[in-house]
Ligand binder design. Structure first.
Ligand code: KIV
Ligand code: ZN
Length: 403
């Protein structure tokens, strides 16, 4: 069973906290009911994520029920509910998770000047006091408490350090530093995590820093990796990168970046990467939202090649244009897509697989017909290629016969 203590014993292990069913699910178009969350949670458990944030129990009776059912029926990861820093929210999470030994409460409270002023009309000291009181109350009901300083990136670093130290003292073991609005840059977030690591983790070595990056400027994955390099040992991520607005950091991208560039990071996760494509497809079906073709790691183009030069290179040695094995993320293999950029060699090879050995004039005729048709319709699938072969080879035979 994953635990903060277990991870602390291996300083190179990065915990994967999946928030597909909470931050992901709360984004427009990605709403999931209890049955859908259950199906996804089973797949996430099989993927071997460490923590599943199953919902926000106080948000609605349906979400409370989803947290209860998912955490009651699925085994393996730590189950977690989000909660505001209030007793009533914490109680709702406890009602939903109470029966489950493997559970975590995740409290969040805005700490930045704009959140303190616009949302709460509270001073910095009042926010800090509420953070501490909520963690103290939570620890009377939960062993495992995470605290998120919402909008941490736009919070004064010194004050953020004060808040995190105070909640660590009150009993929070995971200290999450969210880039709630996707505003940070890799250099900035790296510097912040270095500072917090030096200041807070040195003093509370049993705690871990966590990163939670949104993608408003398209830097969620880069920012997450930078935070990890600077000491974060939990990443909060979502399948296919779903989440508020432009989304969260994509689980599959961070996991494969850590694995593929172990030379850069020297870190690992417990995720079974061979299940990434399957979980991505399941989420796509459940939410009726297609995965973009060019999505990193799990899009259908991730290991597909149409251009003749690339196909030729990959046929000679896949490493010319692929940096991961397709099987390592759950694809059957590399796919060669035939289209107007494909070469004669790839067309002949596919034709041969389909039972047509082409050479000489016949191949030239098929290849010319193939290019004309590809200009018209784009991708040429097997049925289309067979139709072209039939029509062109008959024409070739006809011409020969006429001559
Ligand atoms: O983006 C954010 O700040 C959050 C918190 C609730 C962790 O989702
Ligand atoms: Zn978020």
């Amino acid at each position: 069973m994953p635990s903060v203590d277990g991870v602390a014993r291996d300083p190179n292990r990065v915990l994967v906290f999946d928030t597909t069913l909470r931050d992901g699910e709360q984004a427009p178009g990605f709403s999931m009911g209890v049955a859908q969350k259950l199906e996804m949670a089973r797949a996430l458990a099989a993927l071997n994520v460490d923590v599943i944030e199953a919902g926000f129990a106080a948000a609605s009776p349906g979400d409370e029920e989803a947290v209860r059912v998912v955490s009651g029926e699925v085994e393996g990861p730590i189950f977690c509910s989000l909660s505001r820093a209030t007793e009533s929210d914490i109680m709702a999470a406890h009602r939903a998770l109470g029966h489950n030994r493997c559970r975590r409460l995740h409290i969040f409270l805005g700490t930045s000047p704009i959140h303190r002023r616009a949302k709460f009309n509270m001073s910095a000291d009042e926010v800090l006091a509420q953070a501490v009181a909520s963690v103290q109350f939570a620890r009377t009901l939960f062993e495992d408490v995470e605290f998120s300083a919402e909008d941490a990136i736009r919070t004064e670093p010194e004050y953020l350090g004060d808040v995190l130290e105070a909640v660590a003292e009150a009993g929070a073991q995971t200290l999450n530093v969210p880039d709630t609005v996707g505003y940070s840059t890799p250099e900035e977030i790296g510097g912040l995590f270095q500072y917090l690591n030096r200041r807070v983790i040195q003093r509370y070595p049993h705690t871990i820093l966590s990163t939670h990056c949104h993608d408003d400027l398209g830097m969620a994955v880069a920012n997450t990796l930078s935070a990890v390099k600077a000491g974060a040992r939990q990443v909060e991520v979502a399948i296919n990168g779903i989440g508020e607005r432009a989304g969260n950091c994509a689980l599959e991208e961070v996991v494969m970046a850590l694995r593929t560039r172990a030379d850069q990071f020297g870190l690992f996760t417990g995720v079974d990467s061979t299940k990434l494509v399957g979980v991505s497809r399941l989420l796509s079906q459940v939410t009726e939202t297609p995965v973009p073709r060019n999505k990193a790691i799990v899009g259908i183009n991730a290991f597909a090649h149409e251009a003749g030069i690339h196909q030729h290179g990959v046929l000679a040695d896949a490493r010319t244009y692929e940096i991961m094995l397709p099987q390592d993320v759950g694809f059957d293999g590399t796919s060669f897509v035939l289209g107007k950029h494909s070469g004669r060699h790839a067309v002949a090879k596919r034709a041969s697989v389909l039972g047509h050995e082409l050479s000489g004039n016949a191949l030239s005729a098929v290849f010319a017909g193939f290019k004309r048709r590809a200009d018209e319709i784009g991708e040429i699938d097997d049925a289309e290629l067979v139709a072209i072969i039939r029509s062109e080879t008959e024409e070739t035979r006809g011409i020969h016969a006429a001559v």
